[in-house]
Ligand binder design. Sequence first.
Ligand code: URA
Length: 443
Amino acid sequence: MTPVELIRKKRNGGSLSKDELHAFITGFVNGTIPEYQMSAFLMAVYFNGMSVEERATFTEVMLHSGIVVDLSMIPGVKVDKHSTGGVGDKVSLILAPMVAACGVPVPMISGRGLGHTGGTLDKLESIPGFRTDLSIDEYKNVIAETGLVLIGQTEEVAPADKKMYALRDVTATVESIPLIAGSIMSKKLAEGIDALVLDVKTGNGAFMQRYDDSVKLAEALVSIGNSMGKKTIGFITDMNQPLGFNIGNWLEVVESVECLKGKNVPDLMEVTYVLGGTMLRLGKKADSINEGIERCKSAVSSGKAFNKFRELVKRQGGDVSYLDNPDSYPRAAHVKEVRSKKGGYISGFATMEIGLLAIELGAGRIKLDDVIDPKAGIILTKKLGDRVDKGELLATIHTDKENILNTASDKLASMIEIVDRPVTPPPIIVSYIDETGIRLWSF
Ligand code: URA
């Protein structure tokens, strides 16, 4: 079939075969299928979706558009985690060293900030000297030596996703379950993992804001992973408020270091421990998630998890003196307090808007070539359900941009809703999904 015939078939609601998907996607990667035809195909998928089988084939073709890293020389079950993205989501920075400190190798290829969400690579790069652009050989050496590695997507790994993602971004075809699932899973399966834990966010700071859509995405991701022979478990977790207190690259590294040194930030550490316990179970270092959670807690309280992070940062070129003494890091030129105009209870955060505000302060890119200010961001002091008095501190804003300081502080105050009556915060971990189905999460 010609490219036009394949697009027409998809446009009319048909399913493409493995050979057809392979021809279309490899043609795009090697330049024989132009962007305008791929754009039309993406829009047809956006409107018509893909069958379960087609989704798995699509992912497999994307995966094999580049190399699949072979980590078979590393002993043990290699397990990674992927989050669909949120605001203040710094889980990977705490989780990866904590799990590696418990003996499960963690190879992680992470992304940069996308839309209103932050990215692990941008956070790590706020540590002076930290290199995320390792070659695949260096990637293998670091995980062999330290038990974990954190890098960005290279040209060799899932190039079809790299090229298609850039096009989706400018053709309004990002929010499609088969396209998101293929994009995430092709990258994750190319890393050399044996098993995967997924954190699918739901709520007003997530890409999938409605619970039902988050379930559909989680089910698609879990079924693709398992159908490709990688044991995959998913969680749906709440993103109706930023995770933890700090938003912005270096500010999030600071909060992660505090947690690695034993501070309990309840929502952040609940997610981190449950994902960590699950990774230990998948990595055969615990017989149950609960046992895994206990082992992860010991790795933190003994200092092993922090030491593992320090070892990784040093190995990837970062200056560990800033981890030992975070106060030595430069501060933003302006730190402005946001105080409550009334007393009551915190009933809502406009989470996506808070993420976008952090970007405006300098924590992310508004244009593709913008340079991130690692010091910029927001530190909240309250969580959903907390009591607040009139005049009490709600947050601090950190930025070098003096001209937006006052408007940013007014905007942030308007993004935090306060009511008179007590409020019950939502559960942080909502549900659990494996190959047998979905259930509400409880310990
Ligand atoms: N993250 C990805 O890697 N791909 C998507 O399509 C969306 C989020």
